[in-house]
Design a protein around this ligand. Structure first.
Ligand SMILES: *Cc1c(COP(=O)(O)O)cnc(C)c1O
Length: 385
C-alpha cells in the first residue's frame, strides 16, 4: 500500500526563507542576536503586546512564564486535560501540581464553571489553552481569576492569528505563549514566543532564558568596551537562534495569507459537511475568530462508523487524518496523578478527529476528503485491499 498522499499538515515555505537563512549564515552570527530581536519586535507589533521574548519552544516558554510569576512547589495550577501533554508538563517542570478541569463541549476550552469545579485553597493559577486556535472566553475566565486572586496564563501554542473580541490573542496584556512547531500556523522548525505587557516580567523572562545572564552575548559583542556579564540567578538555555528567527520573520509576513486560506478551506469543509447532522464542525465563537489551526470534527451518535475505523478508511484513501485532542489524564505519565470526573474531555477525545488543513491544500481535495467522511457516516465506505 502506498503512503498517504495528503498529510494532515504541511508547512508553507518559499524561496524567501531559504534566502533569509543564507543571509544569517553569511553574517557569521547564528545564535540569538539581531534576527531574534527583530523577530520579537515584529511579533509584539503583530499581536499588540508591549514585549515579546523568543524561546526555544512553547513548552520552555510556559515553564519560564510560570517560574517568572512565582509558581512552584505547593501551588495547584488548573489546566485542561484535553490538550497536548506539554500544557501539564510545564506545570510539573516548575514543581507545581497540574489539576485537570473539564472543557466546554463546543469550544473544547476551559470555562469559569469548569475551573470552579476543581478549585481548592491551594489553587494559584489557571493555564488556559486556546485549543487548535479556538479562542477561550478570556473575559469570563479573567473575571473568575480576578475574584479568586488567581494568575491567568494563556497557552496560545496554536492561536497565532486568532482573536478574542477583535483583539489578537497575545494582545490582552497578560502572559501568553506561542509555538512555532511545524504543526502550528507558522514555523521555525522548533521555537516559541512569550508575550506580555509587564516590563518587569519581560526583563526576568529575558534573563531566565539565557542562563540568568545580566547582559546578552549579542549586546556584549556589539559593545566597543569590554563588558563583564554577571549571572544573577540560576537560569536555562531556552534561546531561539538567529537562523530560526530569520525563518520566523518571513513566516510572520505570511501569517495573514495563511489564516485567510485556512478560513476559506474550513468554510469549504463546512459547506460540504453541513448536510450531515451526525457531524459537528468547528466555527467561530460569537466572541472571537479562530485561525483553524486544526479542523476538528466530532462524530455524533448517528455516525455509522467508529472514530478509529474512520481514520483507517481515510488512510486507505490516501488521507492522513488524526485522532482529536488527547486527554492527558489517560496517558501513562499521568496515570497515578489523580483527577475528578472529566466526561466532556473523554467524550471529545474518543469521538473527534482532525482533518487535513494547510495552506497548499486545494479545494478539490477538501471535497474528496469530505466525501470519504460522508460515505463513512452512512456506512458506505470501502476499505481498499
Ligand atoms: C504544540 C503545543 C504545545 C507545545 O509546543 P512546543 O513548541 O512544541 O513546545 C503546547 N501546548 C499546546 C496546546 C500545543 O498544541
Amino acid at each position: 500500500m502506498s503512503a498517504p498522499s495528503t498529510p494532515v499538515m504541511r508547512p508553507w515555505f518559499g524561496d524567501e526563507e531559504t534566502a533569509a537563512v543564507a543571509e544569517v549564515l553569511a553574517s557569521g552570527w547564528v545564535a540569538q542576536g539581531p534576527r531574534v530581536a527583530a523577530f520579537e519586535a515584529a511579533f509584539a507589533e503583530r499581536v499588540g503586546a508591549r514585549h515579546a521574548i523568543a524561546v526555544s519552544s512553547c513548552t520552555a516558554g510556559l515553564h519560564l512564564a510560570l517560574e517568572a510569576a512565582g509558581i512552584g512547589p505547593g501551588d495547584e495550577v488548573v489546566v485542561p486535560s484535553l490538550s497536548f501533554i506539554a500544557t501539564a508538563n510545564a506545570v510539573r517542570h516548575v514543581g507545581a501540581r497540574p489539576v485537570f478541569a473539564d472543557v466546554d463541549p463546543v469550544s473544547q476550552n476551559l470555562t469559569a464553571a469548569t475551573v470552579a469545579a476543581v478549585w481548592t485553597p491551594s489553587t494559584t493559577a489557571v493555564l488556559v489553552v486556546h485549543q487548535a486556535g479556538m479562542p477561550a472566553d478570556l473575559d469570563q475566565l479573567a473575571e473568575y481569576c480576578g475574584r479568586r486572586g488567581l494568575l491567568l496564563v494563556e497557552d496560545a501554542a496554536c492561536a497565532l492569528g486568532s482573536s478574542y473580541r477583535e483583539t489578537p490573542i497575545g494582545g490582552h496584556g497578560r502572559t501568553a505563549v506561542f509555538s512555532f512547531h511545524p504543526r502550528k500556523v507558522i514555523t521555525t522548525g522548533e521555537g516559541g514566543m512569550i508575550t506580555t505587557d509587564d516590563p518587569v516580567m519581560a526583563t526576568r523572562l529575558d534573563r531566565l532564558r539565557q542562563h540568568g545572564m545580566s547582559v546578552s552575548a549579542a549586546a556584549r559583542h556589539a559593545s566597543a568596551q569590554p563588558v563583564i556579564e554577571q549571572y544573577l540567578e540560576v537560569g536555562y538555555n531556552f534561546r531561539l537562534s538567529d537562523l530560526q528567527a530569520a525563518v520566523g520573520l518571513v513566516q510572520l509576513g505570511r501569517l495573514d495569507a495563511i489564516v485567510e486560506r485556512r478560513r476559506h478551506l474550513a468554510q469549504r469543509y463546512r459547506d460540504r459537511l453541513t448536510a450531515l447532522d451526525c457531524v459537528a464542525v468547528p466555527g467561530d465563537p460569537d466572541y472571537g475568530r479562530t485561525n483553524f489551526q486544526g479542523f476538528i470534527v466530532e462524530l455524533g451518535p448517528g455516525f455509522a462508523t467508529g472514530r478509529n475505523e474512520v481514520l483507517g478508511v481515510l488512510a486507505a484513501a490516501g488521507i492522513s487524518a488524526r485522532r482529536g485532542i488527547m486527554a492527558i489524564h489517560r496517558e501513562p505519565a499521568y496515570r497515578d496523578h489523580g483527577h475528578g470526573p472529566l466526561p466532556v474531555t473523554e467524550h471529545l477525545s474518543d469521538q473527534t478527529l482532525i482533518l487535513p488543513i494547510f495552506h497548499q491544500l486545494d479545494e478539490t481535495e477538501v471535497d474528496r476528503i469530505a466525501e470519504v467522511v460522508i460515505n463513512a457516516a452512512h456506512g458506505r465506505q470501502r476499505i481498499a485491499a
